[in-house]
Design a protein around this ligand. Structure first.
Ligand code: MRU
Length: 351
């Protein structure tokens, strides 16, 4: 990832190695503020309150959180308590549970005295692997984008994306954005339509910030504009990330993804989902079985923006609000899955 012209990662160990530094995503794009997390409780708060977010990223932070818990107390009871505290911070993305399971499985056979070091090593390895997975997703996605561009040479390739499935949501590259960054770096003329992604505006605040930092041409659109642009032929492909893909290929992702998939299906625009294997949940048969996180109605009824005096939050309405944070796109609406192993066709028969 490129931040202020420098290549870096979105999570790294503190100088003393005992904690981690993450970007406080609540401040972006107005301020680049790195914060230190030094305990499992810090990690749990950062995930639950969305200082950090995105499926692979909360897995990485959760893994470090478990390691930090074990540095304080490493018997089985402490391990189980920290696991339980961290896993319930956000219920939808499978990567969090996956990463906690990885760390717990690595340390449980060990003597308590050896557990904290082994957990930190496993968390480091999860991060390194995430970078490699996203890089591979990018390479396979680049081949796909080259093919799509060859169908319309002589003009930019227009990609629409929803939410933030970029390097802020992973350790580097992102999932949905990895093909875009690699394509841009390879000289392919890509342009990205960035959904604002109400209510938290991850597209407007985070994806646009990332693309700007990398120099990728992009345009912000209201969430409701995608259908019109697809119908007009202004979108060549939709690429989104995901929080969990069920065994039948159903895709759970940020609320609003399903509507984009419906519009793409109706207008014959290809709809791709980018994911590493860590987001595939073979134990969940279909999207119906995925827990959809309900978040605070205040995310909907209030908006935060920058003023000359810093960030300010104002009320938008006095009405009651309901705020489901994710939806499920049925597998039949997915053209393909961009994975570290290649681009896989849809998993179920189209309707
Ligand atoms: O609620 P968020 O911001 O954590 O939701 C994130 C998303 O829905 C992303 O699209 C998904 O996690 C994929 S991240 C590579």
């Amino acid at each position: 990832m490129i931040l202020d012209g420098q290549a870096t990662r979105s999570v790294r160990r503190t100088a003393d190695g005992a904690g981690i530094c993450i970007l406080d995503q609540r401040q972006l794009p107005w301020e680049v503020r790195w914060v230190e997390l030094r305990s499992a409780r810090d990690a749990a708060v950062a995930i639950a309150e969305m200082w950090t977010r995105g499926a692979p990223m909360i897995g990485a932070v959760g893994a470090y959180g478990l390691a930090m818990a074990l540095a304080e107390a490493a018997d089985d009871a402490a391990l189980d308590a920290a696991y339980a505290m961290l896993v319930e911070t956000r219920p939808t993305a499978i990567n969090l549970q996956w990463a906690l399971d990885q760390v717990a499985a690595a340390v449980r056979p060990l003597a308590p005295v050896d557990r904290a070091g082994a957990a930190l090593a496993r968390a480091d390895a999860i991060c390194d692997e995430d970078v490699a997975l996203c890089r591979s997703i990018g390479e396979h996605g680049l081949d796909l984008l080259r093919t799509l561009h060859a169908q319309h040479p002589g003009r930019p390739l227009n990609i629409l994306t929803h939410c933030n499935a970029g390097w802020l949501a992973t350790v580097d590259y992102g999932t949905a954005t990895a093909p875009i960054y690699l394509a841009h770096d390879a000289g392919l003329p890509v342009h990205v339509w960035v959904d604002e992604t109400r209510p938290r505006n991850q597209g407007a605040l985070l994806t646009a910030f990332e693309l700007k930092n990398h120099g990728v041409p992009h345009t912000l659109i209201a969430d409701n504009a995608g259908g019109l642009l697809m119908a007009r032929g202004q979108v060549d492909a939709v690429i989104v990330g995901t929080d969990r893909v069920a065994a039948n290929g159903d895709v759970c992702n940020k609320i609003g993804t399903y509507l984009k998939a419906l519009a793409a299906h109706d207008t014959a625009v290809p709809f791709y989902v980018a994911l590493p294997y860590t987001t595939f949940d073979a134990a969940t048969p279909s999207g119906d079985a995925i827990t959809i996180e309900d978040r605070s109605p205040e995310e909907l009824t209030r908006v935060t923006g920058a003023t000359d005096h810093g960030l300010e939050t104002v009320r938008l309405t006095q009405s009651p609000a309901y705020n489901p944070a994710f939806d499920v796109t049925p597998a039949r609406l997915v053209t393909g899955y961009i994975t570290e192993r290649g681009v896989l066709d849809r998993l179920s028969t189209p309707a």
